[in-house]
Design a protein around this ligand. Sequence first.
Ligand code: ZN
Ligand code: ZN
Length: 264
Amino acid sequence: MGIDLITRREWKARAPKGAYTPISSTRGVKVHYTGGKVPADLADPGNHHKCVELVRGFQNHHMDGNGWLDLAYSMVACPHRKVFEGRGPGRLTAANGAGLNSQHYSVLALVGSSGLTHPNDGVLHGVLDAIDYLRDHGRAGKEIKGHRDGFSTDCPGGPLYEWVRRGAPRPGGSAPARPATPKPTPAKPKPSGGWPGRYLAYKPDAMMTGEDVAAWQRILKRNHHTIDVDGKFGRMTRAATVVLQREHGEVPDGIVGPRTWALG
Ligand SMILES: [Zn+2]
Ligand SMILES: [Zn+2]
């Protein structure tokens, strides 16, 4: 399946306020998230119109609020596996931070720090479709990195960054994307079994509970963390998770995905 591209004309982009800086190639692409609240139901099949509203809002904010000539990003991927044309290939992005824009294009995934925080398969495919497009049309190199690589920011958020660090694999496929980062060390077989399939995290407004949380707490306990196995992912569970991640030199975001699960 190829890219499902939404051209600037189709999303009714405003014309840029000035001339783009041309670039002939990059080392690769950096992945971003919105950093703010994204509607929790954005990925619902009937809600793509909300994606269009978000992208148009970002463009207005970048042009009117920040005074930039256009939306900062090269491309934007949404949970419906559609890709918005931003500045596009062959043009300097403004999203990566001063001094870092000529080295990588930028792709925004419509995932936020609240509301919709975890990328679904559609948005991951969309990011990869955008990257393929930037490689084909803008000579993007093979690197796939996160905004936080080389720049002080939380972007692209824990769950999306973990996917980037795993080499940005296509969901559902066994063939990994062209590798961007060192391969994770293979997990030792665990008596507790593998990662249960949902990201576990501390959510003050909607506490995560369940057998998978309890299983993770038993893993923490086995790793000498003082913790109650109550099946509720509270502050103590997050704190112990952060410590475990630090001990292994992993990103201490307190979120339990497959990579963190394999540490236990
Ligand atoms: Zn970013
Ligand atoms: Zn959409």
